[in-house]
Design a binder for this molecule. Sequence first.
Ligand code: ADP
Ligand code: ASP
Ligand code: MG
Length: 406
Amino acid sequence: MRIVQKFGGTSLAGIARVKATAAIVYDAHQQGHQVAVVVSAMSGETSRMHALSKDISTTAEAREVDVLLATGEQASAALLAMELKRLGVDAFSLTGAQAGIRTDSQFGRANIKTVDSKRLVAAMQAGKLAVITGFQGCDEAGNITTLGRGGSDTSAVAIAIAVDADVCDIYTDVDGIYTTDPRIVACAQKIKKISYEEMLEFASLGAKVLQTRSVGLAMKHGMPIHLRSSFDNIAGSMVCKEDKNMETACVTGVPFNRDEAKITLQGIPDQPGIAAGIFAPIAEAGINVDVIVQNISDHGLTDITFTVTRADYTKTMTMMHQHCLNMKAKQVFGSNDVAKVSIIGVGMKSHAGVAQTMFQTLAQAGINIEMITTSEIKVTVVIEETDVDRAVTLLHTAFGLDASTA
Ligand code: ADP
Ligand code: ASP
Ligand code: MG
C-alpha cells in the first residue's frame, strides 16, 4: 500500500513522543508499505511563536509571521527524520517548498495550488522516506506561506492525493471522531465511519479534530482519511464516501466553536443594498463572516447582527464604527465572548421537531439563545461562552448520544 501518515502536535511533543511516532512509521515501512510522513509543530509551538510576533506588533508583517511560524514544523520534521535514520530507515526531511507545495500568496491563510509530487513518488518507490513539514508551502515568488491553524491536515491530504496514496492516516491524541469533543463530554461515542459531507459540517461547525479544508479536499478527490491515535494501536474513524446505511441516526453529533465574536449594527435605514454595503469591506479585508441575522424593519430602520472569529473582532469593529457613520446606523456594539453550538445529522431531513427539542433543552437549563441559523442537516445557536459545556452536555444526552455505561 501507499500511505501518507500525518502526525499532529501532541504526537511530537518532546523527544519521547518523537521516538514513539518514529516507531509507528518504522513499522509501516518495515511491513513493505510505501510511506511518506507529514508533521505538525510540537504542540504549543505555533501558538508560542504567534504570541512572540504579537509582542513585536499586533499587526506584524504577515510575510514575516509566516517565516516564523513555519519553523515549528521544520524542527519536528528534522527530529523525526533523525530518529528514523537512527533506526536504520533511509529517511530525510523536506520543507513544504522542497516537497513541491505551491500556494497562493495569502500569508497566514494560503491555499495550495499545486503539489509537484515527482520527488516524493521517486523517493517512495526507492524505499526512501520523506518527512515533510505540514502547514506550509511557498508562493510563486518563493516566499514561505502558511495555510492557517490546523493546516497540516490539509497538507497531508493534498500530498496523499498528489502521490495517489491508498489512504491518508491522520494520527492525533484521540482514537477517532466522536459525537462531540471527548474532552468536554466523557461519554461521547466514537463514530467508526463518517461520510465526507457530515465530517465537513462537523469540522466547519467547530470540531477541530480535522481542518475543514482537508475534508473538502479529500471529498473532492475521494481520498479516504483514517483518523486514529498515535497513543493506542487501534482502529480509528474512517472518513469516506457516504454509505446508505449511515442515514439512519437523526442527530449524529454536537460540534461547537468557542472562537466566535458577535457584532450588531442597530438602527440602519432599511433599503436595498445595506447588506452588500456592510459586508463588502469585510470581504475585501479577507474576513470570514459566519452567522448573519437581520431583523424586520421598524419605522424604516433595521438591525443586523453577525459573527466573525475572535481574531478578526477588533479589526471588524473598527471597520463597522467607520461604516456606521457612512450607513447612518444609530450604533454599533458587540461582544467577543460568545460561542456557537450545533446539532448535525443527515437524518434530520426526515425527522420533525429536532430544532424544537434543542430549543426546549436549552430553555429548561436557562441558557439564552442569542442567534439561530439552520440548514437541512444542522441547527446552530449562538450562546454565551460560559454556557457552552453545559449546553453541549445536555444536548448530547437529549439526542440519545451518550455512550451506555452498562
Ligand atoms: P493535532 O495536534 O493532532 O492536530 P488537534 O488538537 O488539532 O490535534 O485535534 C485533536 C483534538 O480535537 C482532540 O484532542 C479533541 O479534543 C478535539 N476534538 C474536537 N471535537 C472532536 C470530535 N468530535 N471528535 C474527536 N476529537 C475532537
Ligand atoms: N502547527 C500548526 C498549528 O498549530 C498546524 C497544525 O498543527 O496543523 O496550527
Ligand atoms: Mg489539528
